[in-house]
Design a protein around this ligand. Structure first.
Ligand code: SIN
Length: 486
């Protein structure tokens, strides 16, 4: 592993306003966005008040009145132009994203491409919002169902994907004819503001996309939950917060999409090609330093290959380059903040105290960095097996047979993503059909893609993002019955 030497910035922090009704908005107060690699203040961002949130609601409602009447090709053209601008600015967006939350630059560039893919997809899907006709039992009646935008949307986005989680929510909302207020995470609001600036640059009308930055999400969110005019909440984040927002949405009966926590099992059967299985585990576990909802948190390896698997995985993890996120060769950056680091340390300490063995890593060499880690002899009762770690720690457990591992894999309140590695086709079907998860990767540690449905079951959430499913979340079905003169 390389030494960690992030370069401190000599530049003054960026000063950024919120983006409300097509204009810069500020409250007189700001909050700091800290570069987790250096501890420097990367940006000072407008700290919006409840009054600014109320202005955003009014603007979203006013803009909705005209945006919903635009034609699908008009919305599609604007989304295409937005996509082109995102691609054109991908390097600067990736640099900002990397500076605000520590994602290695090369991976940040990948996230911008991923984010842009949602915009491109929904530029196309906008033109495929079809209606249906269906037969009546009365000869003089004609029955139709068509799809209408749900209305102004409140989108609360997470810090771990500051670009892709914005576009995964906003592109389908705009395509459907909805307007949207984005409340980006306090740790990483800069990329959302830059994306909104590009939307404005290509002619996105004022009030269609607004960015409400705030250090106290509760105060501005309250305005959204109090307003019956905000018709939908879409949220990505923890299960605890999601549950609270779900309850708060009930009062005004908002449509709700929740993409919440996960605790993904990765099952490796003894017939697997070990090197290939390790490749997929690496992709799955160490992306974004383990800070994704779909990262595996439990690697179940069938006993006959356990030792060989641990050796192969340890070799690969040992070779990961931890370092300055700005360096294009860095593979592992810092964790996002002190709370994230404390949780990872707690999980590793608890596992070790209860008998787990550290094969690689296990320490925090400096600042917010935690070394990529492999833990062997992980066993029930350890915190890491029930709580989402959100860090670069790969816990490995042994299992003996298929029924046992399916039971273990499903023994969690979460149901977002699960993975299985085998060369046996029948087993691949059997196991993937038995896993109670919204996403299953078979011999694939990185199944996420713009055109596929992303979302979970049980405590992992409600609804799907991505593909045609993601668009449905922003549409209401309207039934029209026409009685003809007889
Ligand atoms: C997430 O962690 O919320 C998103 C990960 C992905 O899109 O693959």
């Amino acid at each position: 592993m390389t030494t960690v030497t992030p370069v401190r910035s000599s530049e003054a922090p960026l000063q950024l306003d919120a983006f409300i009704d097509g204009r810069a908005a500020r409250s007189g107060k700001t909050f700091s966005v800290i570069n987790p690699a250096t501890g420097d203040v990367y940006a000072e961002v407008a700290d919006c008040t409840a009054e600014i949130a109320a202005e955003a609601v009014d603007a979203a409602v006013a803009a909705f009145a005209s945006w919903k009447k635009t034609t699908a090709p008009q919305r599609s053209q604007l989304l295409k132009a937005w996509h082109a601008e995102i691609i054109c600015n991908q390097e600067s967006l990736a640099r900002a994203l990397s500076s605000e939350m520590g994602k290695p630059y090369t991976e940040a560039l990948g996230e911008i491409a991923y984010a842009a893919a949602y915009v491109e997809l929904y530029a196309e899907e906008a033109t495929r919002i079809y209606g249906e006709t269906f037969p009546s039992q009365h000869a003089h009646k004609r029955l139709f169902a068509n799809r209408q935008p749900v209305g102004p949307v409140y989108a609360v986005t997470p810090w771990n994907f500051p670009a892709a989680m914005v576009t995964r929510k906003i592109a389908p909302a705009l395509a459907a004819g909805c307007t949207a207020i984005v409340k980006p995470a306090e740790q990483s609001p800069v990329t959302a503001l830059l994306l909104a600036g590009l939307w404005q640059k290509v002619g996105g009308p004022a009030g269609t996309l607004q960015v409400l930055t705030a250090s106290d999400p509760a105060a501005v969110s309250q305005v959204m939950f109090d307003s019956a005019k905000i018709r939908k909440l879409t949220f990505t984040g923890s299960t605890d917060v999601g549950r609270m927002l779900y309850e708060q949405s009930a009062r005004t009966i908002k449509r709700v999409s929740l993409e919440l926590g996960g605790h993904a099992p990765f099952i490796v059967f003894a017939d697997a090609d070990i090197e290939k299985a390790v490749n997929e585990v690496m992709l799955c576990k160490f992306r974004n330093a383990g800070q994704t909802c779909v990262c595996t948190n439990r690697i179940y390896v069938q006993r006959p290959i356990l030792e060989a698997f641990n050796a192969a995985l340890s070799k690969r993890v040992q070779a990961l380059r931890m370092g300055d996120p700005a360096d294009p060769d860095t593979q592992i950056g810092p964790l996002v903040d002190a709370d994230a680091l404390a949780k990872v340390k707690r999980h590793v300490a608890d596992a070790v105290a209860k008998g787990a063995k550290v094969l690689v890593g296990g320490d925090s060499p400096q600042g917010l960095y935690f070394s990529p880690t492999v833990l062997a002899d992980v066993a029930p009762g350890m915190e890491i097996l029930t709580e989402e770690t959100f860090g670069p720690v790969a816990p490995v457990l042994a299992f003996d047979d298929e029924d046992e591992v399916i039971r273990l894999a499903n023994d969690t309140p979460y149901g977002l993503a699960a993975y299985v590695y085998t060369r046996d086709l029948s087993r691949a079907f059997r196991v993937s059909e038995s896993l109670e998860y919204g996403i299953v990767g078979v011999n694939d540690g990185a199944p996420s893609t713009a055109q596929a449905p992303f979302g979970g079951t049980k405590d992992s959430g409600i609804g799907r993002e991505g593909g045609k499913w993601g668009l449905e979340e922003y549409l209401e079905v309207r039934y029209v019955s026409i009685a003809l003169d007889q």
